[in-house]
Design a protein around this ligand. Structure first.
Ligand code: COA
Length: 307
């Protein structure tokens, strides 16, 4: 069996926080932030639930399916509204789903981990699964810490997946984790997000390259076959270093972090949405989706768009 992407949706808060606005309260500049990260502005506001509901509703509309036809909701978040309950049942309730619902936390690889979980659910009896990635990172950001505050943003993305009898859209998957690196990017209960930026950067490039190579090998494709790379949006320099090592020109990579910053599990669907809006998602063509994050965790998949 295979998995088909039926419909996508995204949601971001209205409030835009520019680099210049951050420079008013932090010892930083638009030039520094843009040169080192590629970020111009980010969205701030909402909750994991409210953004997840909005993205989920749009994905259901885009897929043109009845909420009651969804068999499972998997919601990726690293910033749930509460410790308990999980955010997923509340989102399911708002969307009118009558289905099991659970959160997945794999930090910035969360959307990819949720997709992989959904693939397993579809292989074992489910017909349609809603996957949501929703983040409220601003709540866990120390707005006085210039090393973190400039990087993060809020947002959500969602996709409806359906089981198919053919090969489907997901051709391969490669995931991994290494908990010995847990302290590189961390947030204690009641604390704020902290990161060893340099080390995360170094590891991220290596991890993305290795995981992408595994996924391409498993799908029996090469970098030349890919028309699009939809990477996790942490830093444009990570994306460009990884693409360069994979032999992929930056023109094939989707970059939206200039507008949204790092939105963790929402970043890949936000990038997909941008690519589709700009006519870059073409039936029959191949793409690589790849993510990495705290844990550390990582995940790559090769997809072929069927619509
Ligand atoms: N504005 C101005 N200066 C800043 C700054 C800011 N917002 N943040 C840090 N600096 C300063 C540092 O204090 C340091 O000053 P010093 O040389 O006097 O000590 C200098 O800029 C260089 O800092 P450094 O941390 O070496 O910069 P960098 O080039 O490594 O860029 C990151 C920092 C965070 C942008 C970069 O390391 C990064 O993107 N890392 C990975 C982030 C990531 O992917 N995270 C999410 C994973 S899912």
């Amino acid at each position: 069996m295979g998995v088909r992407f039926l419909g996508w949706g995204v949601a971001v808060p209205d409030r835009i926080v520019t680099n210049d606005e951050l420079s008013e309260t932090l010892d930083t500049t638009d030039e520094w932030i843009f040169e080192r990260t590629g970020i111009h502005e980010r969205r701030v506001g909402g909750t994991a639930k409210s953004l997840g509901v909005e993205a989920g509703r749009r994905a259901l509309q885009d897929a043109n399916v009845d909420p009651l036809s969804i068999d499972f909701l998997v919601l990726a978040t690293t910033t749930p509204d509460r410790l308990i309950p999980a955010t997923a049942p509340m989102v399911a309730n708002e969307l009118g789903l009558v289905a099991p619902a659970m959160d997945v936390n794999a930090a910035c690889s969360g959307f990819m981990y949720a997709l992989r979980t959904a693939q397993g659910l579809l292989a074992t009896g489910a017909t349609r699964v809603l996957v949501v990635g929703s983040e409220n990172l601003s709540r866990w950001t120390d707005w006085n810490d210039r090393t973190m505050a400039v990087l993060l943003g809020d947002g959500a993305g969602a996709v409806v997946l359906e089981k198919t009898d053919d090969e489907g859209d997901l051709l391969s998957f490669h995931l991994g984790s290494d908990g010995s690196l847990a302290d590189l990017l961390t947030c204690e209960h009641g604390g704020t997000i902290w990161m060893d930026g340099k080390e995360v950067f170094r590891r991220a490039v290596r991890i993305v390259v290795e995981s992408a190579e595994h996924a391409m090998k498993d799908a029996n494709v090469t970098a030349d076959d890919l028309s699009l790379v939809i990477p996790h949006q942490a830093n444009v320099r990570i994306i460009s270093a990884a693409c360069s090592r994979l032999g992929i020109e930056m023109e094939r990579a989707v970059v939206v972090l200039d507008r949204f910053g790092n939105t963790s599990s929402a970043s890949i669907p936000l990038a997909f949405d941008d690519a589709r809006t700009n006519g870059r998602v073409k039936p029959g063509e191949l793409a690589l989706m790849t993510g990495f994050g705290a844990g550390m965790t990582w995940a790559s998949a090769v997809v072929r768009w069927s619509r």
